[in-house]
Write a new protein. Structure first.
Ligand SMILES: Nc1nc2c(ncn2[C@@H]2O[C@H](COP(=O)(O)OP(=O)(O)OP(=O)(O)O)[C@@H](O)[C@H]2O)c(=O)[nH]1
Ligand SMILES: [Mg+2]
Length: 376
């Protein structure tokens, strides 16, 4: 009796030893082991398998990391119009972009201002990145009133305006500059694409590919991320002025366009616009004769000052008139927040890369993003 108990105890002990040796063996195989047939480590095989899966957002496989000085596959840059006093808001944006994306790609930055940048601003930005950084001042002609605008009428509008930023003269200069002149600044002369950035925005997700290259290789002209409706009092006559332009210049409007995104079935304006504080654009679009003619038409009407037309609805109406949907890309994989609105990817494609809560991604459900998905 005693002998058989001892035998069972010995068998149990041996069982534990054998299991332990087996576990250690499997562990060693997993960490350093070689697959006998291919000679490839199991971890290598796993990593290869993951890297071969098509990443969302484009042909990112094997995307090289670009050196700060090296030539990039696209002449692209991150561009901000910004004031000296916004240094710390701008630093937050640059820090997040560097951490999430640009430390690998090292695309240059261009900062523009209607006043000279201080040394403190320049150093405060340069400290954050290895990429090339340039600072430019605006040509006076691109910041202010064109000679045909009645400045008394413009002031009356500002004094009586009941809408956000309605009282601000500089905000109107900013919107006119971003609508008609940013792409003409000499520092952008050599660029094919720009990615607009602003102070105090957030980038929530790692971006593991080159959006400039993605746009270029796919023939995309305009990339966006949030699409709300514009506040009506700021654009009272913008749609009528745009329709006038379309009637006068039918040869400029291609048959296949996106006009149904901005035009309701009864002909009225949807006020849908891409929120241009984030936009990635093929600058040949803004440099085109069509875009220039449209901007000139709007500018002549004075609506940047007699109302408060934003560059977002202006850019968006141009996209809707002149581009096909297949040339416009919804960067719904880029988690982004500008004060008041945010977009968080739903998580299915970017799991593990984002710090935002997909349930907060309410811009995704905005009617204009939905409308974009529904038009052909
Ligand atoms: N240099 C300069 N930049 C400006 C001026 N006004 C606005 N900007 C910049 O233009 C961009 C848009 O201006 P914002 O004031 O952010 O406009 P917004 O995004 O409609 O409004 P917010 O909700 O306040 O962000 C930002 O990058 C600003 O830093 C200005 O007078 N001078
Ligand atoms: Mg802003």
């Amino acid at each position: 009796m005693l002998g058989s108990r001892r035998a069972i105890a010995i068998f149990k002990f041996l069982g534990v030893i054998v299991s332990f040796v087996l576990l250690v063996h499997i562990g060693v195989l997993l960490i350093t082991g070689r697959n006998n047939t291919s000679g490839q480590s199991i971890f290598d095989a796993w990593t290869n398998m993951l890297s071969q899966q098509k990443k969302y957002g484009g042909n990112s496989e094997g995307a090289p990391q670009y050196s700060p000085e090296g030539i990039k596959p696209v002449r692209g840059a991150l561009v901000a119009l910004v004031r000296n006093q916004e240094l710390y808001g701008m630093r937050k944006t640059v820090r997040e972009l560097e951490d999430r994306w640009n430390h690998k790609y090292n695309y240059p930055y261009i900062f523009l201002n209607n006043k000279p940048f201080t040394e403190k601003f320049k150093q405060g930005i340069r400290d954050l990145t290895k990429a090339k950084v340039e600072f430019g001042v605006l040509d006076k002609k691109t910041w202010g009133y064109p000679e045909w605008v009645d400045q008394i009428k413009a002031k009356e509008e500002r004094d009586s305006a009941q809408y956000i930023k309605g009282h601000s003269e500089s905000y109107r200069f900013m919107c006119r500059f971003q609508s008609g002149f940013v792409h003409k600044h000499p520092l952008l002369a050599d660029l094919e694409f720009y990615w607009r950035i602003e102070p105090d925005v957030n980038y929530y997700c790692d971006i593991d590919y080159d959006p400039f290259l993605f746009m270029k290789t796919n023939g995309l002209k305009y990339g966006w991320n949030i699409a709300p409706t514009e506040y009506e009092p700021t654009v009272r006559t913008l749609w009528n002025t745009t329709q006038e332009f379309m009637k006068k210049n039918p040869q400029m409007i291609p048959d296949k366009n996106m006009i149904d995104w901005v035009r309701n079935s009864d002909g009225s304006y949807t006020r849908c616009h891409f929120w241009s504080n984030f936009e990635i654009v093929d600058l040949s679009f803004y440099r085109s004769a069509e875009y220039q003619a449209y901007f000139d038409h709007l500018d002549k009407s004075g609506g940047f000052f007699y109302e408060r037309w934003g560059d977002a609805p202006v850019h968006s109406l141009a996209v809707a008139m002149f581009l096909k949907k297949s040339q416009v890309h919804y960067f719904d994989d880029i988690g982004y927040r500008h004060p008041a609105m945010a977009h968080c990817p739903d998580g299915s494609k970017e799991r593990g890369k984002c710090i935002c809560d997909p349930d907060d991604g309410w811009a995704h459900g905005f009617s204009c993003a939905k409308r974009f998905r529904s038009i052909s």
